[in-house]
Design a protein around this ligand. Sequence first.
Ligand code: SF4
Length: 310
Amino acid sequence: MPLPDLVNTFGQDLLRRHGRRVHKLAIHAGFTCPNRDGTKGRGGCSFCNNLSFSPNARALPRVAEQIEAGRRVVRKRTGAERYIAYFQAYTNTYGDVERLDALYRSALAEPDVIGISVGTRPDCVPDAVLDLLCDLRDAGHEVWLELGLQSAFDATLARVNRGHGFGEYRRALLAARGRGLRVCTHLIVGLPGEGRDAALASLDLVLALGTDGLKLHPLHVVRHTLLAKGWQAGGYRPLAMDAYIGIACDLIERTSAAITYHRVTGTASRDILLAPEWCTKKWAVLNGIESELRRRGTAQGARARGRIAA
Ligand code: SF4
């Protein structure tokens, strides 16, 4: 039984709603992050790769060129003929609205791009940005706002130098969903000081507020980060793969089947990954989650609120 039969994946959700395969294409639009330039904080999140900052935006290919490069690869690999432009790198609402408007519209101008997904921090979505996203949604495009929460615990967020708390997430989430925008919430499993119980508690708080999508990611240690220094000094131990798979399954079971999972694991490239080594093996983790759900005889929503027997 493949994973999409057990988990409401974004790919299946798009296929159901659009009647054809739709694939995300990642865009690097040259943004930086207010948690690094002093606007919200300095130094960035402890797990964020420092060298990946200060991108030379002028050297980046234009959005249309990035889409063309992505579609060539994805079409060959998956057969998808429709795409969602995923503004993924860094804080994709960190700019004046005119710039954002032009960027998002340049992606939507591509005839086979049916929507956008915009990744950002919860403290960086002013009303003007939400209004812009609503305008694009009202023009008939599929629009997702991806909010990086990572943990619902302010102590953990402070520990990883996140520069915002759960309160900012709550405000952004309610403002966006109050306008009818679709929101995908990012959570990281295995943050310093957090184990299974904290991951479940974070999810419960997110579900209690409501969300449309979820993205799970194991915390990995990459080069040139504060976390790498802590790991090298023995102050942080990443999760084992089996532990991550078990927690991911617990979270999936607890999530209503109506919510879309945009991702249940994440990888890092070998050139920057320090630990854990299994974070290069996407398919081993996905197959592990599928096998574990099958072994338990459960699926997404099996232990969602109201369905938990005991
Ligand atoms: S993880 Fe995101 S919010 Fe944190 S420093 Fe990096 S880009 Fe900024």
